[in-house]
Design a protein around this ligand. Structure first.
Ligand SMILES: NC(=O)C1=CN([C@@H]2O[C@H](COP(=O)(O)OP(=O)(O)OC[C@H]3O[C@@H](n4cnc5c(N)ncnc54)[C@H](O)[C@@H]3O)[C@@H](O)[C@H]2O)C=CC1
Ligand SMILES: N[C@@H](CC=O)C(=O)O
Ligand code: NA
Length: 439
């Protein structure tokens, strides 16, 4: 049997602790599968004395992850710390600089400097594997990087944040408050260290930026993503969506258009009878539309210790199975230097259906006024509904519109005109509609 693959793990939180447990429990069978043992020889975390329910006997402890990356006698550096800058960034660079392979789950880091890191890995003949960084255990990186080679992708979209999907599902199904659902997602180890990254959509944006690069062969453009999180979604929106035959999901969408690539993350209405609408809780789903294969939809666990560690483990096993001198799959699917420039399509030119919920004064002419502004901006309506109020009730009226496909700039003009009329109470709630091709 070949020499053991020596790994160092930085970060022993939700994912790191699950990984250590899995590597120890399945040590023998992994050695058979990979043709060599996988040995944890070094670890690093912030607090040496914390009880993590794992056995670290005989493993070297490093107080500094950077020092571990620079000095430990390892073949693979596994980065499970998190964060786009600081220790995660420095330690990954240090490992790659000395030709040590890197496995990471850190989408924030890859979204910020993935091309640079991929290029460094190529120069040093090291592998940079990051299956866990997007949609947890779903093997979407491998699918795009390897299995779909030669396809022209036209759209990649999906539910890529387990925390948000968990919150939206429990709000809808159990009527729980946003805050309670978020606390539970944190307790279960789904949320980021700062959960604002989940609920404001940044985490989905980081993942989408990585998928865009793999799907379209362009530079990573995480700052060019239109972004809306789920903090503004109320139970009223969720119920209104259901009444109209839709469910609200936080989607990341990247698609080619006549003017460039459109990348957007926002709460989205998907038809209730679509597969993606049935994806509940921490489960993620990623759909890829391409010319040779057609439509591919992958559904599976998107966050949590074991789901994520499963993907990290697969990445480590790939390295264990690879032979020195063998051809390497480039981290981003093609050599980093050959990535095309990213050309952004602006959200204003987005075309699609929209759901609009308006809270308005209950007075004559309002309904007609809204319909007139829509028509004046060339917006065709699929439905316009005035919610009946209980008999005798006074106060604001709710009007809900669903549009046929229309341009975002026309929609914005129409909503601004409605707002200028003076009967709108609060801001209009606008949610984009996304339609799967077939499933
Ligand atoms: N929890 C999940 O479901 C998923 C997490 N990820 C990613 O995996 C990574 C780890 O996430 P979690 O395990 O959830 O985080 P966590 O917060 O539970 O664990 C982080 C670990 O890093 C250690 N750490 C922090 N600063 C350090 C430093 N300066 N030096 C050494 N160690 C340090 C902490 O002591 C802790 O052991 C992050 O990049 C996260 O985005 C990716 C997919 C899913
Ligand atoms: N916080 C993330 C963890 C996995 O990437 C999520 O909720 O999806
Ligand atoms: Na994945």
């Amino acid at each position: 049997m070949a020499d053991a693959l020596r790994i160092g793990i930085a970060g022993l939180g939700t994912v790191g602790a699950s990984l250590v447990a899995l590597l120890q429990q399945r040590k023998n069978e992994l050695a058979v599968t990979c043709g060599r043992a996988i040995e944890i020889v070094a670890v690093s975390a912030r607090n040496r004395n914390r009880d993590r329910g794992i056995d670290l006997t005989g493993i070297d402890w490093f107080d500094s992850a950077v020092e571990m990356a620079e000095k430990a006698d390892i073949d693979v550096f596994v980065e499970l710390i998190g964060g786009a800058t600081g220790t995660a960034d420095e330690s990954v660079r240090a490992a790659l600089a000395r030709g040590v392979h890197v496995v990471t789950a850190n989408k924030a880091l890859l979204a910020r400097c993935g091309v640079e890191l991929a290029s460094l890995a190529e120069d040093k003949g090291a592998l940079l594997n990051f299956e866990a960084a997007v949609a947890g255990g779903i093997p979407v990186i491998k699918a795009l990087r390897e299995s779909l080679t030669g396809n022209h992708v036209s759209r990649v979209y999906g539910i890529m944040n387990g925390t948000c999907n968990y919150i939206l599902t429990r709000m809808e199904k159990e009527g729980l408050s946003f805050e309670d659902c978020l606390k539970e997602a944190q307790r279960l180890g789904y949320a980021e260290a700062d959960p604002a990254f989940d609920i404001e959509g940044n985490d989905t944006a980081h993942k989408l930026a990585i998928l865009t690069t793999l799907a379209f062969g362009t530079q990573i453009a995480a700052d060019d993503i239109y972004l809306e999180g789920i903090t503004n979604i109320s139970i009223e929106d969720i119920r209104a969506a259901a009444d109209l035959g839709y469910r609200i999901k936080l989607l990341g969408v990247a698609q080619t258009t006549g003017t460039g690539i459109e990348q957007r993350v926002h709460p989205t209405m998907v038809p209730l009878d679509s597969v993606i609408a049935q994806v509940d809780g921490v489960t993620n789903a990623v759909a890829i539309e391409s010319d040779i294969l057609g439509e591919l939809l992958m559904v599976g666990p998107g966050a949590g210790g074991n789901a994520t560690a499963s993907a990290v483990l697969g990445d480590i096993a790939d390295i264990a199975k690879s032979r020195p001198g063998a051809q390497r799959v480039p981290a981003l699917g093609r050599p980093a230097a050959s990535l095309d420039p990213y050309c952004r399509a602006r959200i204003q030119s987005h075309e699609g259906g929209y759901f609009i919920r308006l809270t308005v004064e209950d007075r004559a002419g309002v309904f007609a006024g809204i319909a007139t502004h829509m028509a004046a901006n060339g917006i065709s309506l699929e439905s316009i509904v005035q919610r009946p109020k209980p008999r005798g009730e006074t106060g604001p009226q709710t009007i809900i519109l669903v549009t046929h496909a229309t341009r975002e700039d026309s929609l914005r003009k129409a909503v601004a005109a409605v707002s200028a009329d003076g009967y709108l109470l609060g801001a209009a709630q606008v949610i984009r509609i996304e339609r799967p091709k077939t499933v």
